[in-house]
Design a protein around this ligand. Structure first.
Ligand code: DX5
Ligand code: ZN
Length: 217
């Protein structure tokens, strides 16, 4: 299992050092939550901030856009050093065009589904993306409880991806992941778990990541 700590739970006065700390702790990806106060009721940061902290790690930047019009900002996030950009299938931008824009930068593109959205919403795009992110909480805030029924979506998606013989396709899950549920995620077919609270609130982030990974073996 790959672990992507969500920097939403970090100390933003030391954003760069927090990224460095997660790198040393064994994070596989850095999960960066971008919110616009419109698509979700919270605000975080934009591309200029990401550009400032990009040099603190060589690990891939997994940028999760919770914004109404992702298409407008793809160039900025790609130029800032994103390696993966995921955006919501529920957004207002043209989905195919936004995927094309991401891919034009030679980076990975993914679609995200909110808890109330059917997983079939991403099926028309599976051949043109690299990843699907299944939300296991309502997007907007860290520290919420894991919605176990979202694992059904992961299972359905996994079957669909296998049936279509899509190679190297990644399934990510985000929200409320910790020691108590990561094994279930692995069994359902998840490749990457986002973990905010469970890694950042741990006394030793390295131990927390190690434990999360060990629980999936
Ligand atoms: C929520 C974000 C998540 C969040 C996860 O909208 O997309 O990435 O930070 O945090 P935890 O692991 O605390 O639920
Ligand atoms: Zn996220």
């Amino acid at each position: 299992m790959y672990i992507a700590p969500s920097l939403l739970s970090c100390d933003f006065s030391r954003f760069g050092e927090e990224i460095e700390r997660m790198d040393k702790a064994g994070a596989d990806y850095m999960h960066l939550d971008v919110m616009d106060g419109h698509f979700v009721p919270n605000l975080t940061f934009g591309a200029p901030i990401l550009k400032w902290v990009r040099s603190y790690t060589d690990k891939p930047f997994d940028v999760h856009l919770m914004i109404s019009e992702p298409l407008k900002y793809i160039d900025d996030f790609a130029d800032a050093g994103a390696d993966i950009i995921t955006f919501h299938v529920e957004c207002d931008s043209d989905i195919a065009e936004t995927i094309g824009k991401i891919k034009s930068h030679g980076i990975k593109a993914g679609l995200v589904v909110k808890p109330k959205t059917d997983i079939s919403a991403v099926y028309p795009y599976l051949e043109s993306i690299d990843m699907v992110l299944v939300m296991s909480v309502e997007p907007g805030f860290g520290g919420q409880s894991f919605m176990a029924d979202m694992l059904q979506k992961v299972k359905e998606l996994k079957e669909e991806v296998t049936a279509r013989k899509l190679k190297d396709f990644l399934i990510e899950i985000d929200g409320g992941i910790g020691e108590q549920n990561i094994k279930m995620c692995a069994e359902a077919g998840v490749d990457i778990c986002v973990a905010g609270t469970s890694v950042f609130k741990a006394e030793d982030a390295g131990e927390a990541i190690k434990t999360l990974k060990a629980l999936c073996e």
